[in-house]
Ligand binder design. Structure first.
Ligand code: FES
Length: 448
């Protein structure tokens, strides 16, 4: 089922590329990060085009819950320990600037997209001390965070960490308007990138600057992003008839839920798991059950799922694609915070390409040093990859397709809930006939 954003907005169709083209910058991917990057590059005087394999906003932008915030779970205490106070502050400042940038842009361009400032809260039903600790860490770098005992949620909480002046909006209404300001070629699939040549199925774009803003970079080397990220799926139900809440909430306990209002509809999210690890299904049923318990009498009007790229240290990879490709750039690994991170990416990449000073770029650099925690995470990812690859050689159940991933060969897992084949290694997904739904794979599965 499609998200509520899709049912409310239809974005104008664009023609595919027709033949070869020369420009200054080419962005691969017309989701929020790609379109915003193209917009700011264009504003800075860099001639830019966007190529998109499908439609504008047809990737993860249409599945987000569209919270715009610098409160990204229990993060700041950890960042202070791994990056120091300056690094943690840079992360916070970049995300705070992103909220301001959205507001400014929406006002400047006169975009009607239901943008509302509202508080963002982390809640726990048992961990008061952890929340207080996080409040203290956040406050130490200048964030106006407070601990409260009360919430708007329909169950008792041990505490809430609250930050004011965050925001929510309708992502597709925004994207529909802002994409009118840039040149996008839809249904134009990139087949290969070689230096300044982006070869598509409709012609070649030659550009000095190449930006990969396509959710998960599909080029394995250089960059090695496949070894540095995995993907997670999470689920949302949209409820009618639930009590109104003003703030956006995220639970930090195991099985914590996400709450956020859009008009009179409540978006209730949760059930996150590594892609390829939902053999039993039941995530929607679990969310519906929660909805019935907390909002009796409410009605589920839509349900959908999202797919997020998770980095080793929880910080997106935004910056130069690789030391070996100084004119290639990347924006990926946004975790569950795609909207804010998209704006951060657009700001950083524009600064790098136009050779402006960007004090926060180092924190997000894909070439940053691995922290101890990131090294541990790398070990975990490698175990998943080895297990997935070993299963490649095991006999598979009879079916229409060969259930091995065309990306690097891991054995695919059937996901009964969404009726897809999902890859536990790096998160590619395929429909029941083996057609590609999500990368990094670029091709369909082999048929028997
Ligand atoms: Fe990499 Fe499947 S996504 S092997």
């Amino acid at each position: 089922m499609e998200s509520i954003w899709v049912t409310e907005t239809s974005i104008r169709r664009r023609a595919p590329l027709s033949g070869d083209l020369q420009t200054e910058a080419v962005v691969i991917g017309a989701g929020m990060a790609g379109v915003l990057t193209a917009y700011y590059l264009q504003q800075a005087g860099i001639k830019t085009v966007v190529v998109e394999a499908d439609r504008i906003g047809s990737g993860q932008t249409k599945n987000t819950t569209a919270k715009i915030t610098f409160q990204h779970g229990l993060l700041y205490d950890r960042l202070i320990h791994t990056l120091g106070s300056r690094g943690a502050f840079a992360y916070y400042a970049a995300n705070e600037d992103a909220i301001e940038a959205y507001e400014h842009l929406i006002r400047e361009e006169g975009i009607d997209c239901d943008f509302v400032r509202c508080p963002a809260c982390l809640y726990s039903q048992k961990e008061e001390a952890v929340l207080k600790w996080e409040v203290q860490a956040a406050s130490s770098i200048g964030m106006a965070a407070v601990f409260e005992k009360e919430s708007e949620l329909p169950f008792p909480v041990a505490g809430v960490m609250k930050v004011d002046k965050q925001a929510r909006f309708d992502p597709l209404k925004f994207l529909s308007a802002i994409s009118e300001k840039v040149t996008v070629y839809e249904r134009t699939k990139v087949l290969k990138v070689e230096e300044d040549q982006v070869l598509t199925d409709h012609g070649c774009v030659t550009a000095r600057h190449v930006v990969f803003a396509c959710h998960y970079p599909f080029i394995n080397m250089p960059g090695y992003y496949f070894a540095r990220m995995h993907q997670e799926r999470s689920y949302v139900v949209a409820l009618e008839g639930a009590e109104r809440i003003e703030g956006m909430y995220l639970g930090i306990d195991r099985d914590g839920l996400s709450f956020r209002r859009q008009g009179e509809t409540l978006l209730l999210g949760g059930g996150s798991h590594r892609t390829g690890r939902n053999e039993k299904g039941g995530q929607y049923a679990w969310l519906r059950d929660k909805a019935e318990t907390f909002y009796p009498g409410s009605q589920v009007i839509r349900q959908w799922s999202a797919q997020d790229c998770m980095t080793l240290d929880g910080i997106p990879y935004i910056g130069r694609f690789s030391a070996r490709k100084p004119d290639w750039y990347v924006a990926t690994g946004f975790g569950k915070w795609g909207m804010t991170s998209s704006m951060v990416a657009a700001q950083i990449l524009t600064a790098l390409i136009t050779e402006q000073r960007c004090p926060v770029a180092g924190v997000f650099s894909p070439q940053r040093r691995l922290t101890g925690e990131a090294v541990k995470e790398l070990g975990i990812q490698s175990v998943y990859a080895v297990k997935g690859l070993m299963k490649h050689f095991l006999p598979a159940k009879q079916g229409r397709i060969v259930p091995n991933c065309p990306h690097m060969g891991c054995r695919l897992q059937w996901n009964p809930e969404e009726e897809t084949y999902d890859c536990p290694c790096h998160g590619s997904r395929f429909d029941e006939n083996g057609h590609l739904l999500d990368g990094p794979a670029q091709n369909n599965c082999r048929r028997r």
